[in-house]
Design a protein around this ligand. Structure first.
Ligand SMILES: Cc1cc2nc3c(=O)[nH]c(=O)nc-3n(C[C@H](O)[C@H](O)[C@H](O)COP(=O)(O)OP(=O)(O)OC[C@H]3O[C@@H](n4cnc5c(N)ncnc54)[C@H](O)[C@@H]3O)c2cc1C
Length: 464
């Protein structure tokens, strides 16, 4: 249902524009289906015009057109934690998609997220596929390799035609990667083929720094080894050697620390509801973030609390037990000293540092739900480095590539399912828009449509 017609009330306008942005996503998505980056850029000028008019710019600039009320801007953009960028940096597109998606409430899979995975595996198996778990793809195979053995072909075009997984070569007519554009292009595609992917590779590489406003910087040294910077000028005065990079706009998204807390009481006893809660020190998200980024001991800029009650089957599966998760966005640099060590080799200080975060997040939880005070029976903390270890990401990022204006509107053509390497396709959140499972599903659909026009027609007919 479309929202009521646009009025002068900023909040009404905001929801109207969120709805309109979602409509404009259709030509935006359609443009991703053109076969090469050149054609996507060419048609992009036309396809992107509506979304640039409706949702060009950041959340802050867009909301600033309708109101000067800082608190209202803070309230309307409260969901920025979902995509991880504060209003001054986030594309309004990402904000609008999240807002429209969550309007009227959200859904939670019965049995938890694993039920989505199990259902997907079932479909793959039914169709003759094979699902391997705990199996890392270490590289992609190309038909110009010397060691192709019996698969050698006469004409070698540089086509991607397989993967190396668990040390075994597996061949396929198409390789579809869901491990994210950064992982695929910077880790799995061998160096000698990367130039074929175009300028996106350079843009993705420019992440080894910090973003300040819309500029990014590399910090080469600090006075005392700590990370304590609010802007480049201050950083220079503080003794950092600041090297300005080209504005990248397509760095990794935010990273987080996650607390998983367990209770030996049922949810009713603890008075927990099926709810999510965002906790901010104030409604000025940018200011909160700036302050927190300066020193990790400052107030946490945003925390997300969610509880197991959302899963209807929880009580049956875990009677008399409850679980709560608390997530807070952090700076990767705070953990970077330990990034090159294997998990088992990380020193005691690292564990202590993680525990410190756990205790802080327990405090945040108890502050929000005083009835939980002293009742946390067990907890574990996951740092950005744990995410690197488990999900193969480079900087603990939780949402793929960051959700900037550049990603959605400037470099749009490069974030598409079809890559400039024959046989290599991308799917998942990075080729889609916004964050979350819905974004991944859209990424999957775009990838299917891009491969098979017949499937696209079937889908279009089914919709009507
Ligand atoms: C703490 C947290 C809470 C969230 N809450 C929600 C929520 O409430 N609602 C919502 O909709 N979304 C939520 N999300 C986001 C959602 O989980 C993601 O958007 C979604 O899972 C992305 O799906 P994807 O398929 O694109 O990528 P992923 O789910 O990241 O899948 C990529 C997979 O590739 C694997 N991989 C990486 N490298 C390799 C390799 N070399 N070889 C083999 N495998 C590899 C990874 O292990 C991973 O399993 C949350 C995310 C986090 C981190």
């Amino acid at each position: 249902m479309p929202p009521p017609p646009c009025s002068h009330r900023p909040a009404t306008r905001y929801f109207f524009y969120a709805w309109l942005t979602n409509l404009c996503l259709f030509p935006w998505a359609f443009c991703k289906l053109f076969p090469t980056t050149y054609w996507r850029e060419f048609f992009g000028k036309l396809c992107l015009a509506p979304i640039i008019i409706v949702a060009g710019g950041t959340t802050e600039t867009k909301l600033g057109q309708w109101t000067t009320n800082k608190k209202l801007i803070g309230v309307l953009s409260y969901m920025h934690g979902g995509h991880g960028l504060t209003p001054s940096r986030a594309s309004f597109v990402a904000q609008a998609v999240a807002t429209h998606h969550m309007k009227g409430g959200a859904w939670y899979p019965i049995g938890g997220p694993v039920s989505i995975v199990m259902a997907a595996c079932e479909v793959i198996r039914k169709n003759g596929g094979l699902v391997l778990t705990n199996s890392e793809v270490t590289r992609l195979l190309f038909d110009d390799e010397h060691d192709v053995g019996k698969h050698a072909i006469k004409i070698r075009s540089g086509k991607c035609w397989g993967v190396v997984v668990n040390g075994h070569e597996m061949y396929a007519p198409r390789v579809i990667s869901d491990v994210g554009i950064r992982n695929t292009f910077l880790k799995l595609v061998p160096e000698r083929h990367r130039h074929r992917l175009g300028p996106i590779v350079k843009r993705l590489k420019h992440f080894d720094g910090i973003a300040i406003g819309t500029e990014s910087y590399v910090l080469e040294k600090s006075k005392d080894g700590s990370f304590d910077v609010s802007d480049a000028k201050e950083a220079k005065e503080d003794g950092y050697n600041v090297v300005q990079l080209k504005k990248f706009g397509v760095g990794p998204s935010t990273c987080t620390v996650e607390l998983h807390a367990g209770f030996h009481e049922g949810m009713e006893e603890l008075g927990l509801g099926a709810e999510n809660r965002w906790v901010f020190p104030s409604w000025d998200h940018d200011e909160n973030h700036k302050r927190f980024k300066k020193k990790f001991t400052n107030d946490i800029s945003s925390c997300f609390i969610t509880c197991c009650k959302k899963d209807e089957s929880w009580d049956k599966r875990w009677p008399g037990r409850s679980a709560v998760k608390v997530v807070c966005a952090v700076e990767y640099e705070w953990f970077a000293d330990y990034q090159n060590l294997k998990a088992e080799d990380r020193p005691f200080e690292y564990q202590k540092f993680k525990d410190m975060w756990g205790e802080r997040l327990v405090k945040v939880l108890e502050g929000q739900y005083p009835q939980l005070k002293g009742k946390v029976k067990t907890w574990s903390v996951h740092s950005p480095l744990d995410r690197n270890d488990r999900f193969g990401v480079a900087r603990g990022e939780v949402g793929g590539v960051e959700h900037t204006v550049e990603r959605y509107l400037k470099y749009h053509a490069e974030f598409s399912p079809r890559t400039d390497i024959d046989g290599l396709w991308l799917t998942g959140k990075d080729v889609s828009c916004g964050v979350g499972v819905a974004a991944s599903v859209w990424g999957g659909m775009l990838c299917v449509f891009s491969i098979s026009k017949q499937r696209m027609m079937e889908f279009a007919l089914a919709c009507f």
